[in-house]
Design a protein around this ligand. Structure first.
Ligand SMILES: NC(=O)c1ccc[n+]([C@@H]2O[C@H](COP(=O)([O-])OP(=O)(O)OC[C@H]3O[C@@H](n4cnc5c(N)ncnc54)[C@H](OP(=O)(O)O)[C@@H]3O)[C@@H](O)[C@H]2O)c1
Length: 285
């Protein structure tokens, strides 16, 4: 089983189609130990894109990621996010320092504004550019940005480019396929799909759609989750970061990238979980 890599945005780098989410990995000692084990297994399997945020567990997720990658920093494409309430110029610089400390690293590969808040985007992007110039982050991105916001963020940057937009994307929420993915793709901004299993809104196996997924999975020798992850990342601009704190889940998910869904399977999924044929606001969790 190999993880497929793809070119990430305009940058001259490839990262795995599938990364690892870390929202809600914190908990009691046993749960945290298992989450660290799962992250390390993910790295062994090639899931080197790790997504975290200062928000997750009030910094606890970053600490756990720091522990998981402590001897393997160079293998990881490490992503964290600044909260909008911290995203003033100075606040962004300070938040980044705190994240670096918790993650026990000198740099982030990608730093995202978690969602747009009260501070002008120009101010946050200026701080992001300072962080790149200081070598504290390699690339700049945003999260939960719809089309107009992406354009504003691009314009707010002076001497660096936007690399990625991390947004909600799962079978029950395919609104980004209308305009956001095509625009980002044309601009060489990668789209990272969060909550690919709908967070806690996974299709019921008793529903019509669930039964169709189950049929496709068994006829192709895959699991339903592998079918879903493969479907969501079929566009070259799209990556995804499922969260799995159980090692068997990491194993299963890692088998979702090194093959292609058949055209007829894509058509069935398209009909069972249709993308809207009208504009919808960007979904957000
Ligand atoms: N930028 C943003 O605003 C934003 C918002 C939400 C999420 N995110 C990022 O995206 C990541 C993923 O989204 P998410 O955590 O909301 O939800 P998700 O990835 O859609 O779903 C996670 C759930 O699926 C379960 N799961 C994973 N693989 C499985 C498998 N093979 N079989 C059965 N269950 C499986 C996990 O269980 P176990 O943990 O028990 O393995 C967990 O309960 C987050 O962790 C976070 O890093 C970003």
């Amino acid at each position: 089983m190999t993880i497929r890599n793809k070119k990430f945005g305009w940058a001259n780098i490839e990262i795995p189609v599938l990364g690892q989410g870390t929202w809600m990995i914190e908990g009691d000692q046993l749960q945290e130990r298992k989450a660290i084990e799962a992250l390390r297994l993910g790295l062994d399997l090639g899931l080197s894109h790790i997504d975290t945020a200062e928000m997750y567990g009030n910094g606890r997720a970053e600490e756990l990621v720091g522990e998981a990658i402590s001897t393997r920093r160079s293998e990881v494409f490490l992503v964290s996010k600044v909260l909008p309430q911290n995203a003033s110029y100075k606040g962004t610089l300070k938040a980044c320092e705190r994240s670096l400390k918790r993650l026990k690293t000198e740099w982030l590969d990608l730093y995202l504004l978690h969602w747009q808040g009260q501070y002008p985007i120009k101010e946050t992007m200026r701080a992001m550019e300072t962080l790149v110039d200081q070598g504290k982050i390699r690339f700049i991105g945003v999260s939960n940005f719809d089309l107009d916001q992406i354009k504003e963020a691009e314009q707010a940057l002076n001497h660096h480019r936007l690399l990625c937009n991390q947004v909600l994307y799962h079978l029950g929420d395919r609104g980004i396929e209308r305009h956001l993915i095509p625009y980002c793709s044309a601009q060489e901004i990668s789209v990272v799909a969060y909550s690919p299993f709908g967070h806690s809104d996974f299709p019921s196996l008793h529903s019509k759609g669930g039964k169709l997924l189950s049929e496709i999975a068994s006829s192709r020798g895959r699991t339903i989750r592998q079918i879903i992850l493969n479907f969501l990342t079929r566009n070259p601009a799209v990556f995804t970061i499922p969260k799995a704190s159980k090692t068997q889940h990491v194993h299963e998910n890692s088998g979702s990238t090194d093959w292609d869904l058949l055209k007829e399977d894509i058509e069935i999924i398209d009909q069972a979980f249709p993308a809207p044929d009208y504009d919808v606001p960007l979904g957000m969790l």
